[in-house]
Design a protein around this ligand. Structure first.
Ligand SMILES: NC(=O)c1ccc[n+]([C@@H]2O[C@H](COP(=O)([O-])OP(=O)(O)OC[C@H]3O[C@@H](n4cnc5c(N)ncnc54)[C@H](OP(=O)(O)O)[C@@H]3O)[C@@H](O)[C@H]2O)c1
Length: 250
């Protein structure tokens, strides 16, 4: 987005109450964007409102609900959409999953990206609007413990590319990008995954983390999304995000 259009524009961030989403909301607020943050826990959203002030509007809602995306896009007309909400998967081997636990990230992560991207195309958002979906590095290589997580996150990347193609085909000028963060201990969801993989490998968490390399922080995730919005990185359909920064995924 041109710098002149960023200040005063509105971003809608799903999963803004904690983890990456909280820092994405904070980073966008820091570059002058009005942020509407969506999550189910109203108390955590209100805390962020106290921290960020009037630049942050909390909305307590289920982002995977089929009607919420359309209602909020109509109400706030966002020029930036960050689809970050995600369920914490149950980190068990496949034979210890039920279909319900295996498909948790399909019901929440994938379903919400489906609804929001569909509504972004139908609205349509204004030309030049970036839509950023949070996938996962696990989408590139699978992740045997959290069941359906990696497949769900790979599907988010596919849906993002399908939406990008529809935008181009219809001349809408909406850009669709997916970001694939590496596993990190720094969020509630990541900590569950790190603990499970360490236990699976019969090593302690510090040993597991040492093998994983430098940790990605939520602040870095926030900055990466802000860089995508300001157009400093924007030309690729998908980016791997590690502590070293973003690199295009082909
Ligand atoms: N941390 C990692 O290692 C890692 C790595 C790769 C990708 N990711 C992805 O990054 C994204 C953010 O994860 P995180 O690590 O920051 O996890 P987190 O700390 O657990 O935060 C998840 C956020 O999603 C929200 N959320 C969950 N279900 C929701 C729903 N139905 N409607 C609205 N909001 C919902 C949560 O708020 P409520 O519970 O209040 O609704 C919370 O704000 C996820 O998509 C995750 O898969 C994380």
């Amino acid at each position: 987005m041109p710098t002149s259009e960023i200040a005063g524009s509105t971003a809608l961030v799903t999963g803004a109450s904690r983890g990456f989403g909280r820092d994405i909301a904070t980073a966008l607020s820091g570059i002058g964007v009005q942020v509407v943050g969506v999550a189910r826990d109203g108390a955590q959203l209100r805390e962020l409102r106290t921290e960020l002030g009037e630049s942050f509007t909390p909305v307590t809602a289920d982002a995977a609900d089929s009607t919420v995306a359309g209602q909020l896009i109509d109400a706030y007309r966002p020029g930036i959409l960050v689809l970050n909400a995600g369920a914490t998967p149950l980190p068990r081997p496949i034979q210890h999953q039920s279909w319900q636990t295996f498909s948790r990230n399909w019901d929440v992560d994938v379903q919400h990206v489906f609804h929001w991207m569909r509504e972004a195309l139908l609205a349509p958002l204004a030309p030049g609007s970036p839509v950023i979906a949070v996938s996962s590095g696990a989408a590139l290589r699978g992740s045997p413990l959290p069941g359906g997580y990696s497949g769900a996150k790979a599907t988010i990347r596919f849906i993002t590319s399908y939406a990008a193609a529809e935008s181009e085909r219809d001349g809408l000028g909406i850009t669709f990008v997916s970001v694939l963060p590496q596993l990190t201990l720094a969020t509630a969801l990541g900590a569950v995954g790190v603990a499970a993989y360490a236990a699976r490998q019969s090593v302690d968490v510090p040993t597991f983390l040492a093998d994983l390399g430098p940790a990605l922080s939520p602040e870095q995730a926030g900055k990466a999304v802000a860089d995508l919005v300001t157009g400093r990185r924007h030309d690729q359909g998908a980016y791997l995000l590690t502590a070293a920064g973003m690199s295009p995924v082909s």
